[in-house]
Design a protein around this ligand. Structure first.
Ligand code: ATP
Ligand code: MG
Length: 422
C-alpha cells in the first residue's frame, strides 16, 4: 500500500476552522434575512435520480451534457446523480409531499452542489448555493420581491459593486417564434458557428446566444432578438417588475442577451454581477420557471427562484477586507494540582450550564504556560485554580483585558464571571 498523503478530490475544498467562522457568520446573516421575508427552510438529499435533472434542467444544457457526477448504484443499478443545483430537487420534494395543495410556498435551502467543471478561482467542483424558491406565485410582485431581497442582502453584508442585469424570456409561444427565426439566422451563417453552436443549432439555438466563445460574439450580437416576439402579457409583467424596482430605487440594466444556462426559465430572468472576481463574476442568478412544476409531473404551478454562489460572495467580502469573525471564548479555566483539576472540570460544566463558552485547559503545564494559552484563546476571563484555592472551595477570576484579579467562592463564580462579561 502506498503511504503517500491522500488529498481531497480536485475542485473540492476543505473549509478550515478560521474560514469556517466566516461561513457560520454568513449563514446566520442569511438565515435571518430569509426569515425576514417569510421563507422557510427545506432540506433535500444530495443524491437524486439522474432522470430528474435531465428532465428539469434540459438534455442539451452544459450541466446535463458535461458537468454532472452521475453514477450507477453498485447495489441495485439505479442511475443517480450528485445534485448540480437545487431547484429540480426542491420542486420534486414539493410535489412528492404535496406542499402546493392549497397554499403557495416560500422556501429556501443551502448546501453543496456538484459540477464537473475546470476548477479555477470562483469555480469549483463542489460549491455551495443558497437557493430561494417561491412556488405557486404568478404575479410580477414576487419577482420584484426576490430581487429587492437580494438588494437588501448586499446592503446588509456591505457588498459594493454588484450590479443587477435583467431580461425577460417571454412565454412559450414567443420563444417558439424566436427559435424559428434564430435557427434561420444561424443556418444562414453556418460557416461561422463553432462546434458547440453547430451541435445546438436545432436542439437549443437559444443557448448559442449564451456562448462564451469570443469568435462567436459578433455573430451572436447581430442575431434576431426575443424582444420583438414578446406578447402583451409578458411585456406587462416585465414592465411591472421594473416599475417596482424603480419605485425602490434599485438600479438595473436590461441585458437582452441574458438567457441563463438552464432550460426551465421563462419571463423574468436576472443576474447580479460584479467586475471584481474576474471571469466568475455572477454571484447570484435566477428567474421565473412557470413550466417546471408541470414538466416534473405536477399540476401546473408558476414559480420564481434564484441561487447565490456562497464561495463567490465570501470571496467578494474578503476582497473588501472583511475581517474574519472569531468564535467567542468567554472563559479559559487554568488549573494545577489534582484537587484543582477536579474542581476545574466541575466549574467549567457549571459555567456551561449558564450557556457560557468555556475552554478547560487540558494537558497540564505551568501556570505561566497555561495563562499564555488563555491569552491566545481570546477569552474575556481566566478562572485560575490551584490546590490551595480548591481546598478552600474558592477560585481566582482574572479579567483578561485589564482589571484586578479577585478570589471568590465557587458558589458565586457564575455571577462574578457574568458581570465581567457583560
Ligand atoms: P456560470 O455561468 O458562472 O457557470 P451558472 O449559470 O452555471 O454560472 P447557476 O446554475 O445559475 O450558475 O448557479 C447560480 C450561482 O451559483 C452562480 O451565479 C454562481 O454564483 C454559483 N456557481 C455556479 N457554478 C459554480 C461553480 N462551479 N463554482 C462556484 N460557484 C458556482
Ligand atoms: Mg455554469
Amino acid at each position: 500500500m502506498s503511504n503517500e498523503t491522500l488529498q481531497a478530490v480536485k475542485g473540492m475544498n476543505d473549509i478550515l476552522p478560521d474560514e469556517a467562522e466566516l461561513w457560520l457568520w454568513f449563514e446566520e446573516e442569511v438565515r435571518d434575512w430569509l426569515h425576514g421575508y417569510g421563507y422557510r427552510n427545506i432540506r433535500m438529499p444530495l443524491v437524486e435520480p439522474t432522470a430528474l435533472f435531465k428532465r428539469a434542467i434540459g438534455e442539451v444544457t452544459d450541466i446535463v451534457e458535461k458537468e454532472m457526477y452521475s453514477f450507477e448504484d453498485a447495489l441495485n443499478g439505479d442511475n443517480l446523480t450528485l445534485r448540480p443545483e437545487g431547484t429540480a430537487s426542491c420542486v420534486r420534494a414539493v410535489l412528492q409531499h404535496n406542499l402546493l395543495y392549497n397554499a403557495p410556498q416560500r422556501l429556501y435551502y443551502s448546501g453543496q452542489m456538484f459540477r464537473h467543471e475546470r476548477p479555477q478561482k470562483g469555480r469549483y467542483r463542489q460549491f455551495h448555493q443558497i437557493g430561494v424558491e417561491a412556488l405557486g406565485f404568478a404575479g410580477p410582485d414576487i419577482d420584484a420581491e426576490q430581487i429587492l431581497m437580494c438588494a437588501r442582502l448586499w446592503r446588509r453584508l456591505g457588498l459594493r459593486d454588484v450590479a443587477l442585469q435583467l431580461n425577460t424570456l417571454g412565454d412559450a409561444a414567443s420563444r417558439h417564434r424566436h427559435r424559428v427565426k434564430l435557427i434561420a439566422y444561424f443556418e444562414q451563417h453556418r460557416d461561422r458557428l463553432d462546434a458547440d453552436a453547430t451541435r445546438r443549432l436545432y436542439t437549443n439555438p437559444l443557448r448559442i446566444l449564451d456562448s462564451k466563445n469570443p469568435a462567436m460574439q459578433e455573430l451572436v450580437a447581430a442575431a434576431p432578438g426575443l424582444s420583438d416576439e414578446l406578447d402583451e402579457e409578458a411585456i406587462r409583467h416585465f414592465d411591472e417588475v421594473q416599475a417596482v424596482l424603480k419605485h425602490h430605487d434599485v438600479v438595473f440594466e436590461i441585458n437582452p442577451r441574458l438567457v441563463r444556462g438552464l432550460d426551465y426559465y421563462n419571463r423574468t430572468v436576472f443576474e447580479w454581477v460584479t467586475t471584481r472576481l474576474g471571469a466568475q463574476g455572477t454571484v447570484c442568478a435566477g428567474g421565473r420557471y412557470d413550466g417546471l412544476v408541470e414538466q416534473i409531473g405536477g399540476k401546473p404551478a408558476p414559480a420564481m427562484g434564484f441561487a447565490m454562489g456562497v464561495e463567490r460572495l465570501l470571496a467578494l467580502l474578503q476582497e473588501d477586507g472583511m475581517a474574519l469573525p472569531k468564535a467567542e471564548v468567554d472563559v479559559y479555566v487554568v488549573h494545577q494540582g489534582e484537587l484543582a483539576g477536579r474542581l476545574a472540570s466541575r466549574v467549567a460544566e457549571q459555567l456551561r450550564d449558564d450557556r457560557l463558552h468555556v475552554l478547560l485547559h487540558c494537558g497540564g503545564g505551568s501556570f505561566k504556560s497555561q495563562m499564555k494559552k488563555a491569552d491566545a484563546s481570546g477569552a474575556t476571563v481566566a478562572v485560575v485554580i490551584g490546590d490551595d484555592e480548591a481546598q478552600a472551595g474558592e477560585v481566582s477570576v482574572k479579567p483578561m483585558r485589564g482589571g484586578e484579579q479577585v478570589r471568590v467562592k465557587v458558589q458565586t463564580l457564575v455571577e462574578t464571571v457574568n458581570k465581567l462579561i457583560k
